[in-house]
Design a protein. Structure first.
Length: 155
């Protein structure tokens, strides 16, 4: 599914979702976004996006649940990434994003992963448990300093 305007899901969605426009909102309204487990699959994908909000999504059975790639100024709020083979939430070369009150559980590596020149991201009141890396696999954020990242993990 390719999203180009404000969208609220009215039921479960099977397959990935690509956010293809800046300044829009995707509200999954608590519905599932389900993958088939294929390698390289991404549940909700933001590439070169800015000022997008993604909320209330339950994303599972992808390689990565949520991906921010070269994106800035976005908000991911009140989402769940569960049972993805690698990462629940992944940000690469993305800055000034907010991840708030999200849950990552039972993902193959990390619940939350921020890499590759990704300054000034804020992670607040997120929960990560039973991810496979480093025990809970709560977060992997190399090259990120405390002045660039606010991280509050609950649970």
């Amino acid at each position: 599914m390719i999203i180009t305007g404000n969208t609220t899901l009215d039921g479960e969605h099977h397959g990935n979702i690509i956010i293809a426009k800046n300044g829009i909102t995707l509200d999954c309204a608590g519905h599932d976004v389900t993958g088939d487990g294929s390698m390289g699959s991404i549940g909700i994908n933001l590439v070169k996006r800015k000022n997008v909000t993604v909320k209330n999504c339950y994303v599972h059975d992808f390689t990565a649940g949520f991906v921010l790639n070269k994106s800035r100024g976005n908000t991911l709020e009140d989402n769940t990434a569960i049972n993805n083979s690698v990462d629940g939430f992944f940000a690469f070369r993305s800055s000034n994003n907010r991840l708030v009150e999200n849950t990552a559980e039972f993902n193959g590596r990390n619940g939350f992963r921020v890499v590759g020149e990704s300054p000034m991201n804020t992670l607040e009141e997120n929960v990560a448990f039973d991810n496979d890396v480093s025990g809970s696999g709560a977060a992997s954020m190399p090259r990120t300093t405390s002045s660039q990242l606010v991280l509050t993990m609950c649970g």
